[in-house]
Design a protein around this ligand. Structure first.
Ligand code: UDH
Ligand code: NGS
Length: 446
């Protein structure tokens, strides 16, 4: 009874005793760190949220390096370089960095195991006694000159004799760590394509990558659909080879640093950290357009891009929402590495701003599993292997996509696209097509 009374008494005052103890700990900590108790409390809460953020890397892996922006808990861009050797050197001596090193080693170990598994499978297919290419080639220098002036395709072809027909390159002296498909949507922008190839091939070859360039063109008069062309690129590339990594690349984005590695990693990556047209900044923090990478599995798991964004705008915001919704984080290279030049041009015809885009972006997560890679319907109207790229031309039937693959709610808000084709330039583009030459390569150059 006495014991009960004693514990009962403690129970009555326990919250006061606990609060007192916490305050005492804070006072001791603040004395130790020469801070006020409130600063000490703030430090503890900061440390615990950083700890939580580290474990948001998706796929059970630790997120590397600093968080550069964290507008809210669902939008995380991580500044990350794949530059493992340099990171290890910097880490020497400091306790905090030692911990990062340990985490990285664990991650590397896990990645190495994965790689070994994949490479083993590959070597079964193509027996070779070559060693793997270095993760980061010794030939890379950092900032490189960009060439933005119009160039003839024959000039570019003669510069890269090592690229095989179809736009394929494979290093001879080593085995590349993955097979990369670069997917470039391109309609009526042939001159930009030549400028991009003139810059990009040099970088990819220097990085000792095993790659193929796929150019995806969309038949007129259907309104342009960038997101769906990415799905087409992914599906058609996989029909032609076993690619592990996909980089979706706008035709007018020119990398300015050869340490910007065109590789895939444990989370999808946004390559741009600054673009010349925005004074080497981005239009908004969560911008996800321009150049992005996915492993084969990552893109399949997010069900690819939405097919519903006919016309300009919103498809990249939708893609970002899909990535986050499936539990991935977003990686982005640091400022100096993700610096891109862009080729200035006029507005494209056949790609008018899509008035339904804002509402569509809002329903991105709800639609994710219902439409995307799994509902991409198109007809391949031609497929040709040029010297520096494989070109796949497709016809997309907008009416069919909207009426047969859009979920009911989205279908109704997209009626505006079907009711008034002129609002989407289809008539205008149709007229233009009649007055320009018939092949897509010699079509209007901007
Ligand atoms: N693209 C084409 N042809 C087109 C349209 C787009 O090839 O007719 C491809 C091309 O790879 C381009 C990419 O899709 O780089 C993205 O196109 P975009 O129109 O989103 O971006 P871009 O930088 O033009 O080419 C920006 C125009 C700004 C319009 C602002 C409207 N409010
Ligand atoms: C946003 C668009 C994005 C676009 C970005 C930059 O407003 O699709 O501008 O565009 N989002 C919506 O419209 C919802 S750019 O200047 O590169 O044409 O990528």
């Amino acid at each position: 009874m006495t014991g009960f009374r004693r514990y009962g008494c403690f129970g009555k005052y326990s919250s006061i005793v606990l609060a007192g103890l916490c305050f005492l700990i804070l006072v001791l900590l603040s004395l130790h760190a020469s801070q006020t108790p409130w600063q000490a409390a703030h430090r503890i809460s900061g440390a615990s949220s950083r700890l939580l953020a580290r474990h948001k890397g998706g796929l059970g892996e630790t997120v590397p390096r600093d968080l550069v922006t964290q507008p809210n808990s669902a939008e995380i861009f991580i500044d990350d370089t794949l530059d493992v050797e340099e990171e290890e050197e910097e880490a020497e001596g400091e306790e905090k960095q030692q911990q990062q090193k340990q985490q990285q080693q664990d991650k590397q170990h896990h990645q190495q195991q994965e790689h070994q598994k994949q490479q083993h499978e590959k070597q079964q297919q193509q027996p070779s006694n070559k060693t793997f290419c270095p993760k980061k080639s010794k030939q890379l220098v950092g900032t490189i000159q960009t060439y933005l002036d119009p160039v003839n395709i024959s000039t570019v072809e003669s510069k890269y004799p090592e690229v095989r027909k179809g736009g394929n390159f494979r290093p001879k002296e080593c085995t590349a760590r993955e097979r990369l498909a670069v997917i470039i949507p391109c309609r009526n922008r042939t001159q930009h394509l030549h400028i991009l190839l003139n810059n990009l091939l040099r970088l990819l070859i220097k990085q000792r990558l095993d790659f193929t360039i796929f150019v995806i063109d969309q038949d007129l008069p259907t309104t342009f659909n960038r997101g769906m062309l990415f799905n087409v690129g992914y599906l058609e590339a996989l029909k032609r080879g076993s690619y592990d990594c996909f980089i979706f690349h706008d035709v007018d984005m020119i990398p300015t640093n050869d340490k910007c590695l065109y590789r895939c990693t444990h989370n999808p990556r946004h390559f741009l950290s600054g673009v010349s047209k925005w004074k080497y900044r981005l239009p908004y923090k969560s911008y996800f357009g321009g150049v992005v990478s996915f492993t084969r599995d990552q893109y399949r798991k997010i069900n690819g891009d939405s097919n519903l964004y006919f016309g300009w705008g919103g498809e990249d915001d939708d893609l970002r929402a899909r990535i986050l919704h499936k539990g991935y984080s977003l990686l982005r290279y640091p400022q100096s590495i993700g610096r891109y030049d862009t080729i200035s041009h006029q507005r494209d015809s056949g790609n008018k701003a899509n008035p339904a885009r804002f509402k569509l972006v809002k329903s991105a997560k709800a639609r994710q599993d219902l439409e995307g890679l799994n509902t991409a319907r198109y007809t391949v109207t031609s497929s040709v292997t040029r010297r520096l790229y494989t070109k796949i031309q497709v016809y997309i039937n907008m009416t069919e996509i909207i009426q047969q693959t859009a979920p009911a709610d989205d279908r109704s808000l997209m009626q505006v696209l079907l009711k008034d084709p002129k609002a989407f330039d289809e008539e205008v583009v149709h007229q233009e097509r009649k007055s320009t030459s018939t092949t897509s390569t010699s079509a209007q150059i901007k």
